[in-house]
Design a protein around this ligand. Structure first.
Ligand code: UD1
Ligand code: CA
Length: 455
């Protein structure tokens, strides 16, 4: 086969999104929509991928850095043919597959089918589809499998408007016919250079343009509005869930959001209304939810994350248990067998093997050893109003309930902190530290009190 380059058109503003952001940067399941198109293009192993940028190009170009693609700049958006021509130097002589940055649901198998169709009889090919309501799309006027012309909504006659076969925009142009684009003029009501006019130009030279019809319109139609963005999210979400189920993950409801880059191991079960986001990686035999949000975290095998946990930027090692109702903040590491219970917040801290903080605690900027017991109401006072300080709790320490550990402070191994203490100095290894005032009794005090509350 001839060398193939892919050009992704993404210079348009996307007026109907009513957004400050360029359209292709709007996210679908946690990633800008253009990233899906780039990924599909990469799977085809083309010679090069060129993304045509215009509106908000700094933002898009910055984002595309991690993808190793070329960018061409269309300074002024003068139409799709004009956009494609900005990539001319990059694609020189290659056959060109045109994709749209705002058609993110396109599947690899569809593109492969299109390419097989193309290879059988190389010609300009447009992918078409049939829709109930063709409003706004280019109508494709065919004769057999030959496209006579494609008419945009604004230029269409009433009869042409009745045509329900529409142009998806995705097309293939053989390298030797790329030059036809230069013969396209802006003679239409919008005054734009329409890529679709290649049909007319080719016709004048006796060159045939072919149509490849795709049966599933919802996959090949672009996103123009917030509503279509939502619909695309729902479609992509279902695809992602199905892919995970296909590799051995159980979901107890469809109301579970899993961002595109999240990985989940076999025999993991996810309960309803759970959000697994960003670059989260989850191991095997994990249970999560219901009502859990996990972002950019690594969860190892056999971990249990119970209901209403919010976690971000954390690592949870094998067999640990978190929740219900825990908040785990960035740079937290929970080692094997750790248990974090309800209303426990942990931030930038490491809890070593088998340590437990089962109720009502704040552990921030701390290094906590193995087999430590943190009582209910324990607070590491890590912030003095200006700076953050570290609390070190060594192995097998027992921290009694309702205790403040004023950082910087170190509790030595095997030490015990008595309930209700405020610890401001280091506690030596094995010692008991207590700071509360001694209990005293005032004899007879309660006897004379009037009983106010009667049935
Ligand atoms: C285009 C097609 C139409 C088709 C529809 C499918 C033309 C003339 N019309 O119409 O037949 O049914 O797509 O969605 O091709 N773009 C640029 N630079 C430009 C103009 C557009 O990069 O100067 C990019 C946009 O970012 C977008 C794509 O090209 O990704 C399509 O542009 P858009 O303005 O949405 O075209 P439509 O009018 O929808
Ligand atoms: Ca207290």
């Amino acid at each position: 086969m001839q060398r193939l380059s892919v050009v992704i058109l993404a210079a348009g503003k996307g007026e109907r999104m009513l957004s400050k952001k360029p359209k292709v940067m709007h996210e679908i399941m946690g990633k800008p929509m253009v990233s899906y198109v780039v990924r599909r293009a990469k799977e085809l192993l083309p010679t090069r991928i060129v993304v045509v940028l215009g509106h908000g190009r700094e933002l898009v170009e910055g984002y595309l850095k991690e993808f190793d693609v070329e960018c061409a700049v269309q300074e002024e958006q003068k139409g799709t043919a004009h956009a494609l021509l900005t990539a001319e130097e990059s694609v020189h002589g290659d056959d060109v597959l045109v994709l749209y940055g705002d058609v993110p649901l396109i599947e690899g198998s569809t593109l492969n089918d299109l390419l097989s169709f193309y290879e059988k009889d190389r010609a300009v090919v447009f992918m078409t589809t049939k829709v109930e309501n063709p409003f706004g799309y280019g109508r494709v006027i065919v004769e057999g499998d030959r496209i006579e012309r494609i008419v945009e909504e604004i230029d269409a006659t009433p009869e042409e408007k009745e045509v329900r076969r529409i142009n998806t925009g995705i097309c293939l142009i053989p390298g030797e016919l790329f030059g036809l684009l230069k013969k396209i003029g802006p003679d239409n009501r919008k005054g734009e250079y329409y890529l679709t006019d290649i049909c007319r130009v080719a016709g004048q030279e006796g060159i045939k343009v072919r149509a490849y019809d795709h049966p599933r319109a919802s996959e090949v139609l672009g996103i123009n509005s917030r509503k279509e963005l939502l619909d695309a999210n729902i479609t992509m979400k279902d695809r992602i869930l199905e892919a995970h189920m296909g590799s051995g993950v159980s979901f107890l409801d469809r109301n579970i959001y899993v961002d595109a880059d999240v990985t989940i191991g076999k025999d993991t079960t996810v309960y309803p209304n759970t959000y697994l986001m960003g670059k989260t990686r989850i191991g095997e035999d994990v249970t999560i939810g219901p009502n859990v949000l996990i972002r950019d975290s690594v969860i190892h095998d056999r971990v249990s994350i119970e209901g209403f946990v919010v976690m971000e930027g954390a690592e949870v090692e094998t067999g640990a248990k978190v929740g219900p109702f825990s908040r785990v903040r960035p740079a937290t590491v929970l080692r094997r067998g750790v248990e974090i219970g309800n209303f426990v917040e942990v931030k930038n801290s490491r809890l070593d093997e088998d340590t437990k903080a089962n109720h009502l605690a704040y552990i921030g900027d701390s290094e906590v050893g193995k087999d430590v017991n943190i009582g209910a109401g324990t607070i590491t006072c890590n912030y003095d109003g200006t700076r953050k300080h570290t609390t070190v709790i060594e192995d097998r320490v027992f921290v009694g309930s309702n205790t403040e550990l004023v950082a910087p402070v170190r509790i030595g191994r095997n030490a015990v902190v008595g309930a209700g203490s405020t610890i401001t100095r280091d506690v030596p290894e094995g010692a008991l530290a207590v700071t509360r005032v001694e209990q005293r009794h005032v004899e007879g005090y309660g006897r004379g009190r009037r009983r106010r509350c009667v049935e």
